[in-house]
Design a protein around this ligand. Structure first.
Ligand SMILES: Cc1ncc(COP(=O)(O)O)c(C=O)c1O
Length: 444
């Protein structure tokens, strides 16, 4: 029998009991998607505590790119656990920390020497980028994007502009940050059409920021998700990054790419930047890099890392167990040809979703690269009014039927399964999605 296998309507009794215990003792600050309580995972299938088996289209939120508990990662971790668990890199050395940097050096865009700093999370990789750009340039300003998500520490949240709840009551945030429009062509903030728009979303930075209130010589970097993640899986049009790079070069501003969600094969390339010939000066990585173990990496052009001892460090960052997992993840992606699979299966997924647009008026837009695919749902294709509540309902009903998907942006369903997913599993999930869209559309 194929997947999914739903034996009791989720959430079943055990899941409900754990959720209730959670509510009594765990911080209510998490914004949960639905009451999925995981017991185990293998490959692209996750099993909940009541025995339901789901097709995982979340990959633990774009983390388990090589699938759940890949046996080779498990073995690499066990081997490292047997050797030693920790010896703080703040003060000492161990070999796989260096091995990882040497391996990553080859994968990261840019035909130049790079240097690496390791933390434990996406947010920490962003913090390191903020500090590094300021240290190196001696400039304070940072431009970030409306719709961006970069994490929850105070520095990262100062760049984040995706939901008011993420910032409410936390001010004062880090000063010196201005937000600019993301190239979201489906909802162009200037009401223009690509390619006739002349990249107004770049030229206005010069016209309205640099000429009115942001001295460009005080801006250290522009911080960008090459494909915007939490903001709605938004893909910039061709030529955007060329125009942005020209603007930055004119003013000596660095470009930092947040590849925390889009990196490590998610888009069918090691980094989403490669789709746009973007060569960032700084790249932030986390999530998919270590198959679920905590690791954040900040890479930069070697000449930028001229900060001096004591300026930045982390006790646990790049711990030897995470480093061993990351090295194995890279080997698996190469040897199992997961970039190719992401491109092939992602192409199939996008094609099928676009075909579904004919029968589902709620599908306003289908966009993405590789296995980072977003479906924007609207109440009406002409007005493009976001189908916010309907998107939540689609997500919930898909979960109940065994396709674990989450939303992003205002009304976008995102597809980000492990990179080893097959077309058969995608087709099973699409069948559920198709049926659920039909049910929800009837109520419009
Ligand atoms: C693009 C991006 N940057 C940074 C982060 C923050 O990562 P973490 O939750 O590991 O701090 C996320 C998390 O979703 C993300 O999607």
């Amino acid at each position: 029998m194929g997947y999914p296998k739903i034996v009791v309507k989720p959430p079943g009794p055990k899941a409900r009991e754990i959720v209730e215990r959670d509510h009594a003792i765990i911080s209510p600050s998490f914004g949960r998607a639905y009451p999925l309580v995981i017991k185990s995972g293998r490959g692209c299938i996750i099993t909940d505590v009541d025995g339901n088996e789901y097709i995982d289209l979340n990959a633990g939120l774009a983390v388990c790119n090589v699938g759940h508990s890949h046996p080779r990662v498990v073995q690499a971790v066990k081997d490292q656990v047997d050797r030693f668990l920790h010896y703080s890199y703040t003060d000492f050395y161990y070999e796989n920390y260096v091995d990882l940097g040497e391996t990553l050096q080859e994968l990261i865009p840019g035909d130049f020497e790079k240097k690496f700093f390791y933390g434990n999370s996406g947010a920490e990789s962003v913090e390191a980028a903020i500090k590094l750009s300021r240290w190196h340039s001696r400039r304070q300003g940072i431009l970030a994007y409306i719709g961006a998500f970069h994490g929850r520490t105070l520095g990262a949240v100062s760049l984040t502009a995706s939901k008011p709840a993420q910032r409410r009551y936390f001010a004062p945030l880090v000063p010196g940050v201005e937000h600019i429009f993301y190239p979201y062509c489906y909802r162009c903030p200037f009401n223009l059409e690509y390619p006739d728009c002349g990249f107004r979303c770049v030229t206005y930075i010069d016209d309205y920021l640099f000429k009115k209130f942001v001295p460009p010589e005080e801006v250290a970097m522009i911080f960008v998700e090459p494909i915007q993640g939490e903001g709605g899986y938004v893909v910039p049009p061709d030529g955007y990054y060329k125009a942005l790079r020209e603007l930055c070069d004119e003013h000596g501003i660095l470009i930092a790419a947040d590849e925390v969600q889009s990196g490590f094969g998610r888009t069918g390339k090691w980094f989403a930047s490669e789709h746009f010939d973007l060569v960032p000066d700084i790249i932030c990585m986390a999530k998919g890099i270590a198959a679920g173990l905590p690791l954040g990496v900040t890479a930069s052009r070697a000449d930028l890392m001229d900060w001096t001892p004591g300026s930045h460090a982390s006790t646990f960052g790049g711990n030897p167990v995470s480093a061993s997992a990351a090295i194995e993840v890279i080997k698996i992606i190469k040897e199992e040809r997961l970039l190719e699979n992401a491109e092939k299966v992602g192409g199939h997924l996008m094609k099928r979703l676009r075909e579904m647009q004919d029968s589902h008026p709620m599908i306003g837009d289908v966009r993405g690269r590789g296995l980072m695919v977003g479906v924007e749902l609207v109440k009406d294709r002409d007005s493009k009014e976001p189908a916010k509540e309907e998107t939540e309902e689609v997500m919930m009903r898909c979960f109940e039927k065994g396709a674990a998907l989450v939303n992003c942006g205002v009304s976008v369903i995102r597809w980000m399964p492990p990179l080893l997913i097959t077309e058969e599993l995608i087709d099973s999930a699409l069948e559920i999605f198709d049926g659920v869209l039909g049910e929800v559309e009837k109520k419009l």
